[in-house]
Design a protein around this ligand. Sequence first.
Ligand SMILES: [Zn+2]
Length: 212
Amino acid sequence: MTWTATTRYGLDVAPDGLALVHDFLSTAAAGRPRQQDLLAEPAPAIEWMRGALTAWAQQWSAPVLDQVDLDALTERDLTVLRRVRDGLVDALHARHFDTDASTGGDGRGGLVDVQAALEAGFEPDGTVHFRPKGRGWKLLLGPVALEIRRAQDAGVWPRLKSCKNDRCRGVFYDRSRNNSGVWHDVHICGNAANLRASRARRRAAAQPARAR
Ligand SMILES: [Zn+2]
């Protein structure tokens, strides 16, 4: 099972079904150096979506892809997927870093009025499984909505975060005990920020001396 969007950032994917959400958010251009947006063009987007939904289906041993047509994504599908993805990343970022002012705060508006459906099926032993329903963007956003809700119910949704570095915004799953992580990679984004902060502190400390 591979989650290609997340692993290209050298990150471990979120556990269980939340992996699908994590990988969806990792399709964005992020990190340093910047990776490409996997939802910018139909061909790479279809390839990613097929892999991600297959991995998701395997996780649940569910026959979710039997009747799913994944051969086509229109420009409009890609626009909706990017809008929802970016709205979710904005929401994650704002939750921890209150970035309304710096982003203009309009990204999350893309989440309103998006409605996707899932089809539920029952096994003889009472097990319930879900399969994607509809076409295009709905095939992905139904399962994504389900897994966000499951993570929220399980209390692990706050562990999915967007890197504090505004120029990076890589999405990571915080496995620290007290959920205190802020960098997608402490070596790439954390150390650079600490260096900038300590330089700023030195500059600030030097100022009063010059003013005297
Ligand atoms: Zn980062």
